[in-house]
Design a protein around this ligand. Structure first.
Ligand code: BTN
Length: 319
């Protein structure tokens, strides 16, 4: 009922009377009043005027389920959201839920992470209310060998989502860092539980630096935020919605066709790495070459300095 009342308030230009809400939703005026008080506690500024009713004046800048679900037009992705004000890591929590049977499409999102995790055992700085720290539970019917493709798809969905909402020229650094003016604004940490031939679940952990003003000394030359680059605050909810919409569309397209061809075409258009000299660090090997293409499987095709062409499917790439 809370989300329905909120929807009525959001959809209306002026006041909505208690009587109207009560008629539409078939609930008592006292019940409505209770919901309104609860919404106010959550940070909504709602004006109540006798004989006129209620008017929504301000919405809190929080990534709650109600806020994200409002006007979200996905079929299943993000239709269930666990919102936290503070958590150690959304990936850790999503893994716990997935292991306990949580369904595909559920999202864990937090305003702040106290132990945000990055790739290669690094930490991920996740200050309160300034970023998007979320994890998506997926259960693709694919073999574990194809799981890295889901990460590429996520990179594409995030890049296009950021571009669409902010108008900023975000690019993908293969495989799935999103950068702006060559500095990182988003990282994706994919974690998987699988058997020999079957994926049980994939957790897509997406971290986006949205309205962060500054970064710690050790990462300030390589990390940036949308706010620093665009010189204004951005609406985190709108970015989340755009990403979820893209991700559902591209994920379904991939599963339906079982190939990446069309998506790779799009991906290549946004990919900063292609055509550039790259340093690849993979396991204990390190080499320099030119990134010449992406294979059908989404691996990076690199021409080494001695002319040998190799495909790289994971590792650290610096451009
Ligand atoms: C990277 O190192 O590039 C990946 C960073 C991924 C960070 C996100 S924030 C939400 C989710 N929860 C985590 O603990 N990590 C991921």
């Amino acid at each position: 009922m809370k989300s329905k009342i909120l929807q009525l308030l959001k959809d209306s230009d002026g006041y909505v009377s208690g009587e109207e809400i009560s008629k539409i939703l078939g609930v008592s005026r006292t019940a409505i009043w209770k919901v309104i008080s609860h919404l106010k506690e959550e940070g909504y500024i709602i004006e109540s005027v006798t004989k006129k009713g209620y008017m929504l004046r301000e919405t809190p800048d929080l990534l709650t389920e109600d806020e994200i679900l409002y006007n979200l037009n996905t079929k299943w992705l993000g239709q269930k959201i666990y919102h936290h004000h503070q958590i150690d890591s959304t990936n850790k929590e999503a893994k716990k839920l997935a292991a306990a049977g949580e369904k595909e499409g559920t999202i864990v999102i937090s305003e702040e992470q106290l132990a945000g995790r990055g790739r290669l055992g690094r930490t991920w700085v996740s200050p309160p209310q300034t970023g998007i720290w979320m994890s998506v539970i997926l259960r693709p019917p694919i073999s574990p060998a194809d799981a890295s493709k889901i990460t590429l798809i996520a990179g594409l969905a995030v890049c296009e989502g950021i571009q669409a909402v902010t108008g900023l020229p975000a690019q993908i650094k293969w495989p799935n860092d999103i950068v702006l003016h060559n500095k990182k604004i988003c990282g994706i940490l994919t974690e998987m539980s699988a058997e020999m031939e079957k994926v049980n679940y994939i957790i897509l952990g997406i971290g986006i630096n949205v309205n962060i003003n500054s970064f710690p000394e050790d990462i300030k030359n390589t990390a940036t935020s949308l706010k620093i680059e665009g010189e204004k605050d951005y609406d985190r909810k709108e970015i989340v919605k755009a990403i979820l919409t893209n991700l559902e569309k591209y994920y379904e397209a991939y599963l339906n066709k079982q190939d990446l061809e069309d998506l790779l075409e799009k991906y290549k258009r946004h990919c900063l790495t292609l055509g550039k000299e790259v340093k690849i660090i993979h396991r204990n090997e390190e080499f320099i070459g030119k990134a010449v293409d992406l294979s059908e499987e989404g691996e990076l095709v690199v021409e080494k300095q001695d002319g040998q062409v190799v495909t790289v499917f994971s590792g650290e790439v610096s451009v």
